[in-house]
Design a protein around this ligand. Structure first.
Ligand code: PMV
Length: 352
């Protein structure tokens, strides 16, 4: 390996994303059982800075990590376990000391999955470190595919955070550019109805969930409804791609809410079964659906693997949505709301 630069600093910001067609179930090598489709967020981001130093005497990387200015041993262990899986792709990393400083713009333990933004930010930094040390530069398209692949190996949903706006991950037969190995920006056209979507994240419960996403994915092996779920996800993603291009808001709402409830139904039907929804989740879902019905305002909800609600709507109706938020806060006094929306993807902060 020729060495161009022995030490330096990289600094990346990577957003979180919310899946509308859910990835739930995987095969060895972190390969998805079905393709997924997400919207990249704007303000819920991880900012990660890495000071690196190349030392050819090291045979495995040495790392130190501070998360929100504090030690985070579990996050550090996860990274230590992950790094050997990428030595083939980024050979210089094996011989590095990495001092990682990372923080999220969304509150710590807000119940929002931070692995998509956190592992996305890690992949972006590691790719740049390897490129700086080896002096290797690749064509842009190959570079982003590789970063998405690196992110996927750390956390499946992180593969999608590497691009802005609407992103798919997993092979979709009609889209030749898609792959199970990395995410791809959706390039089939987005109607103006869906160009400026807002996502208000309603935090119902901040406590750590009882069953992790990895355990949830594992429960899809031998799940009685797995095959039919994977088939319906394939149909839903293909339909949603057409709906996004055509601007059919009613169909959008139908598929997005169905996907959210299906995710939780799969958890309830796993063996052992489990439930991540809280009473307030259900109360809020009912309020959203009644408000939509009574006021004829197109908005809908989706859920991640937890009790919190993502309220999706076009920015044009934001004022009207404030009335709904007041109703929600009156009924559920303990909630917090993070105002987010569609975002443009990662950016380097090292030049700012
Ligand atoms: O990337 P993971 O292993 O945290 O799994 C994410 C699973 C969901 O968030 C529930 C859905 C998705 O596609 O993001």
């Amino acid at each position: 390996m020729t060495i161009s630069e022995k030490s330096g600093t990289t600094f990346w910001q990577c957003p979180s994303n919310i899946a509308l067609i859910k990835y739930w179930g995987k095969y060895p090598g972190q390969l998805p059982a079905n393709p997924s489709l997400s919207m990249t967020l704007n303000t819920s981001v991880t900012k990660m800075k890495i000071d690196y130093e190349f030392d050819s005497r090291l045979d495995s990387p040495e790392i130190s990590l501070l998360f929100n200015h504090q030690a985070a041993p579990r996050f550090e262990e996860r990274i230590i376990k992950y790094l050997p899986s990428i030595f083939d792709i980024l050979p210089a990393i094996r011989h590095c000391r990495l001092h990682i400083l990372t923080e999220n713009t969304f509150p710590h333990s807000a119940g929002i999955a931070s692995s998509a933004s956190g592992m996305g930010a890690l992949a972006l930094n590691l790719y740049e470190i390897n490129a700086n040390i080896t002096g290797i530069s690749e064509p842009e398209a190959d570079k982003w595919k590789k970063i998405s692949e690196l992110a996927r190996l750390a956390s499946g949903s992180a593969s999608r955070s590497i691009y802005g706006e609407w992103v798919t991950w997993g092979k979709i037969d009609r889209l030749p550019e898609t792959s199970d190995l990395y995410a791809s920006p959706l390039n089939t056209g987005i109607h103006s109805e869906f160009l400026s979507l807002r996502d208000f994240i309603i935090i119902v419960d901040k406590t750590e969930k009882k069953v992790s996403s990895s355990a949830g994915h594992a429960l899809m092996n031998n799940h009685p409804y797995a095959a039919c779920r994977y088939a319906s996800a394939r149909k839903n993603i293909s339909d949603l791609i057409d709906i996004l291009a055509a601007g059919d808001v009613e169909q959008f709402i139908q598929i997005v809410e169905n996907e959210a409830l299906t995710l939780h139904a799969l958890m309830m039907q796993s063996t052992p079964s489990y439930l991540l929804l809280k009473p307030d989740t259900l109360r809020i879902i009912e309020l959203i659906q009644d408000f939509r019905e009574q006021n004829k305002i197109p908005l809908c909800f989706t859920l991640d693997a937890g009790p919190n609600i993502h309220l999706l709507f076009h920015e044009n109706v934001e004022k009207k949505v404030m009335v709904l938020l007041k109703e929600i806060s009156d009924l559920c006094s303990k909630i917090e709301i993070l105002k987010d929306g569609i975002g443009q993807g990662p950016q380097t902060l090292s030049k700012s």
